[in-house]
Write a protein that binds this ligand. Structure first.
Ligand code: A2P
Length: 260
């Protein structure tokens, strides 16, 4: 194995689960000195070259967890994922030492309801945040919206929500207050539409018996493809929300779901 770069941790894979031929998740050990805020991302690589390829991955586990979880796409011929999809427990994964990101509670102004808008692997940062008690300290209701092409691609999110509602630390908080809203676009499904259309048509508010987006009470976090971000941002702006950042908190925040 080539030497571990100076700014990296070398961690051991502990669990791998494949969902479809396009999606998998893995867990690895967490360095004792590594701190992050739920919703942040890190750069991940493999020790398979002198100059390893690194890609941004949202940490899918919450800040209190003693291991680190990641949810990944498998891109045929993707410089990292074509190798990463073959990892097994005991393998080493490199992680750069500094986490960062804007999908954090600190970047949002206080509010009543938090909408998490995701497509595909864009659910990963929200998998971290829905398992963090601080999310429920700050918001009365948390709506996790996830859109995928096919039903099978919703499995990770369905298992996540079931496990969260059963969790000894956050289960009671999440029981009635975490609402899961799924959409499928390329197969028969009771909600065959895009997550963005579920908002602009008002369907999600009817289905969940919630009022339409209101900048006084509602906050939005967005994570998906570039096109999804563009459309989601414009519906937030149309509803009167303003983009926030770590230095200037706002009423919505955005991060690209990194795909390669
Ligand atoms: P669609 O099937 O209509 O393209 P992908 O796997 O390509 O990232 O897509 C994941 C999900 O995101 C799919 O359901 C896809 O719908 C949807 N999607 C793609 N573009 C957008 C967009 N601009 N806004 C909202 N959802 C989108």
């Amino acid at each position: 194995m080539p030497p571990v770069p100076a700014n990296c941790f070398a961690e051991t894979v502990t669990e791998v689960e494949h969902y479809t031929d396009r999606l998998f998740r893995f867990r690895m050990t967490r360095p004792a000195s590594f701190r992050f805020r739920s919703g942040e991302f890190v750069m991940i690589g493999l020790p398979n070259a002198e100059r390893p390829v690194f890609r941004a991955y949202s940490i899918a586990s919450p800040a209190w967890d003693d291991s680190l979880e990641f949810y990944s796409i498998k891109v045929p011929d993707g410089p990292l994922t074509e190798h990463l999809q073959r990892i097994t427990p005991g393998d080493t994964v490199l992680m750069r030492k500094k986490p960062t990101g804007t999908l954090v509670l600190d970047a949002l102004l206080p509010g009543r309801r938090l909408y998490m808008l995701s497509t595909g692997t864009g659910i990963a940062p929200f998998a971290s945040l829905v398992r963090d008690p601080e999310t429920y300290e700050k918001f009365e209701t948390v709506v996790l919206m996830h859109g995928c092409r096919q039903q099978a691609e919703l499995t990770y999110g369905e298992q996540l929500v079931a496990a969260t509602q059963d969790d000894p630390l956050v289960g009671e908080l999440a029981a009635d207050r975490l609402r899961h809203y799924t959409c499928v676009t390329r197969e028969d499904h009771p909600r065959r539409l895009r997550v963005t259309d579920a908002i602009t048509s008002g369907r999600v508010f009817d289905d969940l018996d919630l009022p339409a987006l209101d900048p006084a009470t509602d906050r939005v976090m967005i994570c998906g493809s570039m096109e999804m971000l563009r459309d989601s941002k414009s519906l937030c702006e149309a509803a009167g929300l303003e983009e926030g950042s770590n230095s200037v908190p706002g009423t919505y925040v955005v991060e690209r779901a990194f795909v390669d």
